[in-house]
Write a protein of this length. Structure first.
Length: 119
């Protein structure tokens, strides 16, 4: 499937993976494997909830509008809970570096902002 025929959500998730890999590689090269791991975990804390939300919304195609809206609310609530749970698990990992962790998280989320600018 060509890039122009891929759904926007798939493109955004693909770009998130790309930015997570680039950020992780940058931190790993500059500061070692612990900083790279911290960055990767931050990116994963953004990516997994977004993937969950995307899959949940995808399942609503063809449903009546009220069910779609309810699914959006449930998906967003689940996304927030999943993000909190992931960060709680991440903070159990020894020697996590906060700056790379938050940078990985924020850069993965920033893909949405850049996607809006590119439209």
């Amino acid at each position: 499937m060509t890039d122009s025929k891929r759904p926007t959500v798939s493109k955004i998730l693909g770009y998130q993976i790309l930015i997570i890999l680039l950020t992780t590689a940058g931190f790993a090269m500059a500061g070692g494997w612990q900083q790279g791991l911290s960055s990767a975990l931050g990116g994963v804390a953004a990516f997994i909830p977004n993937l969950y939300f995307a899959l949940r919304v995808h399942r609503t195609s063809g449903l009546e509008p009220r069910k779609i809206v309810n699914s959006f609310y449930a998906g967003e609530s689940g996304k927030l809970l999943l993000t909190a749970a992931l960060f709680m698990m991440i903070f159990q990992v020894p020697n996590i570096k906060i700056l790379p962790l938050l940078t990985g998280y924020i850069t993965a989320l920033s893909v949405f902002w850049f996607a809006l600018l590119m439209r």
